[in-house]
Design a protein around this ligand. Structure first.
Ligand code: HEC
Length: 198
């Protein structure tokens, strides 16, 4: 019964699809133009504006620098309204970005899904914090921060999480030196599929 039903459904869908194709001027089975004549090539400036990925090893970090104290000031005006004045978060919508769940110090996340994953106990690379803030925050205006502001915010958050002294100034070289507590818990994913998938 079921097979017959789906067959009759398909019969009514196929002519409808053909009609749509005909209306668009295309023919089923190919014959598409090489160019549609719409859009334009992206400019190098447009590409540069979104070509901002930073690798875990720091590859792609831009020039610039920022201090922990500048970061604290920027944090108060651009981040605190969602993440709380001390980075404590406003659950459930806005994650805590300062502080650690002591239960997470042994990295038992796989056994207990309730342990909060934080910058201090879960993020494997400080460079990723820079990348994330630059591309995604503030949530309502991603991409609006200058590179110096992102360095300062990264410095402030690392310091507030006990990973940098309060007097620190971060640039690309010093950011790459920051060792995250969780770094040793991650391995590069070198699987190629098939039998190598563990
Ligand atoms: C309008 C609210 C809002 C503002 C303002 C905001 N954030 Fe966020 N932030 C969020 C939300 C929501 C998430 C979670 C996003 C997700 O999981 O996809 C988040 C996630 C983050 C995370 C990742 C946390 C984690 O461990 O997963 C960091 C780091 C962060 N924000 C930093 C900042 C910084 C720095 C600023 C200021 C420049 C900022 N945020 C401003 C809403 C906000």
């Amino acid at each position: 019964m079921r097979a017959i039903k789906s067959y009759s459904l398909r019969r009514s869908v196929v002519p409808a699809a053909l009609l749509v194709l005909a209306a668009c001027g295309g023919k089923p089975g190919g014959d598409t133009p090489a160019r549609y004549g719409i859009g334009r090539a992206a400019t190098s400036q447009e590409i540069a504006a979104i070509d901002i990925d930073v690798g875990p090893d720091g590859a792609g970090l831009p020039a610039g620098k920022g201090s922990v104290s500048d970061g604290a000031t920027i944090y108060a005006t651009k981040c605190a309204q969602c993440h709380g004045p001390k980075g404590e978060g406003m659950p459930p919508a806005y994650p805590a970005i300062v502080g650690r769940d002591s239960a997470g110090e042994k990295f038992g996340f796989a056994k207990d899904a309730k342990i909060a994953k934080t910058i201090g106990n879960y993020w494997s690379n400080a460079t990723t914090l820079f990348d994330y803030i630059r591309r995604a925050m503030p949530h309502t205006a991603p991409g609006s921060l200058t590179n110096d502001e992102v360095y300062a915010l990264t410095a402030h958050l690392l310091s507030a999480n006990g990973l940098l002294p309060a007097t620190a100034v971060l640039d690309s070289a010093s950011l790459m030196q920051v060792k995250m507590p969780a770094a040793g818990h991650f391995v590069p994913d070198d699987r190629r599929g098939g039998g190598t998938v563990r």
